[in-house]
Design a protein around this ligand. Structure first.
Ligand code: ZN
Length: 93
């Protein structure tokens, strides 16, 4: 799920959308990551995209942890909620 940002890369920018996403996903090696972070500062488009994607991903992971994605965790969570009616929703008001 990429975020589309209007604008253009600097003419000498070597970053791609794919590379930005890889950097956020931690798919780059440490050396590549360091180089990317240097390059991304030089391009308004890429630094903007990087920051937005990063905060979006942090937002997602704060809402849904990797652990929460496993079916067994979800069912145990439902069980907990089911055992405590009234507890759920107290924070809604
Ligand atoms: Zn760029």
């Amino acid at each position: 799920m990429g975020i589309r940002i209007p604008g253009r890369h600097n003419s000498n920018c070597r970053c791609t959308d794919e590379r930005v996403e890889m950097a956020i996903d931690g798919a780059l090696s440490r050396k590549e990551q360091e180089r990317f972070l240097q390059e991304v500062k030089l391009c308004a488009y890429c630094s903007d995209k990087y920051e937005r994607e990063k905060s979006f991903k942090q937002f997602l992971s704060s809402k849904v942890s990797r652990k929460a994605l496993s079916p067994s965790f979800i069912s145990s969570l439902k069980e907990k909620i089911g055992k405590q009616p009234g507890h759920h929703g107290r924070f809604m008001s």
